[in-house]
Design a protein around this ligand. Structure first.
Ligand SMILES: [Zn+2]
Length: 290
């Protein structure tokens, strides 16, 4: 059972955590979809439900940018076993090809003749792609808009937190701007930025900050393509301004020791009313102990 479905079972309608619109519960009618967090292409798992429209919009608007950003990092590293679309350019003639990093010493250029003008391919084959010839190979452009990447990183953390805590506190109007920023990444609704790729030494999970200046949740998760990339996102409590949270997060440098406390794994913040009240008290108070 998905976490979101537990929430559904208690009420007739389900509120999409991204647009906050209500839908009849269940996925049978096609209005709600199981959401992979992070996206499936980066190793995510289905942990919650979102409405079909939000799921599709995020997929095409922001998730693709995060995937291509990670692809770009790996392309620069020429990791063995990876491949990518490239173009070869010579005197105004362009050949589309596929570059495969076979191993540390060998790159293979695969040409799909059906993707190219037969005359250009013949010219390349006979006169250009000759032994010991230097050719100009360019990676196909990737879609990597930094605002959209940022929104995708934020969305993953928000949904991980939602899957665990439901609307215990995330329905607060304070988070409307965070939701707007996810769905509308270009304008600066929130200050940059609430995430870091700094190496974090704790396992993936949700951690409570032990510092009231940045009181909130550190959501730590991994993106997996060829390599694994750790992400840490700070989602502040409603008592902390976003600008202050960003400022405090930026002050944490690599190697800085910070105190965190893992959100207790044994408590059910979706169904157990005592746990829910306890979490709400922590969210809206200043006591650092949980
Ligand atoms: Zn929605």
């Amino acid at each position: 059972m998905l976490r979101g479905e537990q929430l559904v079972s208690q009420q007739t309608d389900y509120m999409c955590p991204l647009c906050m619109n209500s839908f009849p519960s269940g996925i049978e009618n096609g209005l709600l979809t199981e959401e992979d967090v992070p996206q499936k292409s980066l190793g995510g798992q289905r942990i919650t439900l979102t409405c079909k429209k939000c799921n599709n919009t995020c997929g095409t608007k922001i998730d693709i940018h995060l995937l291509e950003a990670i692809k770009g990092i790996e392309q620069r590293a020429f990791l063995p076993g990876t491949n990518r679309n490239v173009s070869v350019n010579h005197e105004g003639k362009r050949l589309n090809a596929f570059l495969e990093v076979a191993d540390i010493n060998n790159l293979l250029l695969n040409v799909n003749t059906r993707r190219n003008d037969p005359k250009i391919w013949e010219d390349y084959r006979a006169h250009i792609l000759l032994e010991n010839t230097i050719i100009n190979v360019q990676d196909a452009p990737l879609r990597r808009n930094s605002r959209r990447i940022s929104a995708a990183l934020l969305k993953n953390a928000y949904l991980i937190l939602f899957a665990r805590t439901g609307y215990t506190f995330l329905a607060d109007v304070y988070y409307n701007n965070l939701r707007r920023q996810i769905m509308d990444p270009e304008p600066f609704i929130l200050p940059e930025r609430l995430w870091t790729f700094q190496n974090v030494s704790v396992p993936d999970g949700i951690y409570l900050t032990r510092d009231n200046r940045c009181r909130g949740f550190f959501v730590v998760y991994s993106l997996c393509l060829q390599n694994i990339y750790r992400v840490c996102v700070l989602i502040p409590t409603p008592s902390v301004g976003y600008l202050q949270a960003c400022y405090e997060l930026q002050k944490i440098k690599s190697g800085t020791h910070i105190h965190v406390c893992r959100l207790p794994e044994n408590l059910d913040f979706l169904c157990d009313s005592d746990a829910i009240h306890h979490l709400r008290r922590w969210c809206y108070g200043w006591n650092l102990d949980f």
